[in-house]
Unconditional design. Sequence first.
Length: 432
Amino acid sequence: MVLTFKLVVSLALLVLLLVSKRFDLGRLRSRQFTLLSWSALASIRFIVFCMIYVVLNLNPQSDMIGYFSEAKDALNGGLIYRDFESSYGPIFTYMDAVVVYLWHSPKSIILFAIVLELASFPLWLCVARGCFDEGTVRTAALLYILSPIPFFATGVSGLNQSLGAAYLALVILLLMSRREGLAGFVMGMAIPGVKFLMVLFSPIAWVFSRHKTRFLVGFCIPVIAVYGTIHLLGADLTVPFKIQVNDQTSGNLPFLLGLVGLDAASPGVSRLFDCMTAIALALVFLIHAIRTRTEQASWVVHMCSIIGLTFMLFSKKSYTTYLVLFYFPLCISVAKSGFSLASAAQFGVFNLVATLEPSLLFRWVLNSSTIKNPSLAYLSMIHRNSVFISVIFLVVNLALVSSYCRLLIGIWRVMLQDRSERERAVPEVQFA
């Protein structure tokens, strides 16, 4: 049922995306487009929420069960990492506790995630308009609204990635206005405010900031204050790392390497994958810092896509819902690279694959095996599952990994082109 629902919705949104190419949105003024696009996004989110959780009265699933349980523990006076375990940031958990206090239901957390997404959408439009032409902005907004990834991750599941995206949008806006200290503070708040995964985008923001000391001081203040306080109260700050250190998913290079002989369940190989991720992120970051970095805010936007996609490709745990953290920047990067009917179809297929892959993992592999490692579970079930299921799951994972690579290469080319155009423009300005 879930797979069918995801497939139907993803295909419907893909058709709408292709049809939307026929409409001329250039006639609308910027304010009109902002209002229309925000209203469209809000209508989709609230209609779906009401249909699923009010009319059909279905119970939230997935991570929402954990969010709700931890929020109740916090309401009962528990201290995160001491009285109850969590892989999420302390501020996020206590924010959920406030929401649950107002409406004692996991549905309240989903509604909260939708509100955060709607609040951050205009921020992303402001970021895009500060860096790119209006055509790119409108195409990116259209890609976001008609994507099944935030549709399911935020609108249906209410995952905390929408909160992470809101933090990131605010950080970039503050950097664009040269308020580095406040930008660093917001970036620091994102770590306990969502989860440690937000640290991925901190080096990008720090390198782009003009006053790096201010940014660094601002970043350290909330991190030290929040984690230092709960540590003094007896919290074990290593808990979130212990929970996730050996977690693995499909849809990445470590999963595929596990299919060709590496014992992905062994601690040594697991640490090898972690080192591979760290090295890949460091190399990609350094290469772009040297080859493509400019003083234009467009670099920060593209780099969010680059670093995010690199993590998705190399990390042994990279659920496709993590894409929501940097999904609007990704839409901007895709729109900037040249948007046509063919590229719309390719991006739509990527969305379809990324939406279905996690459900296929749990329903076709993990739920049918006592082995929790995805690659080993898949190999153990090849002879038990039908050939069709085994082949489709492998094809989906190969398509997902190849899409990450294709997007990385495409954005890299756009960044190189942007820098070369700016370098050519400098002499023209000087001699004018």
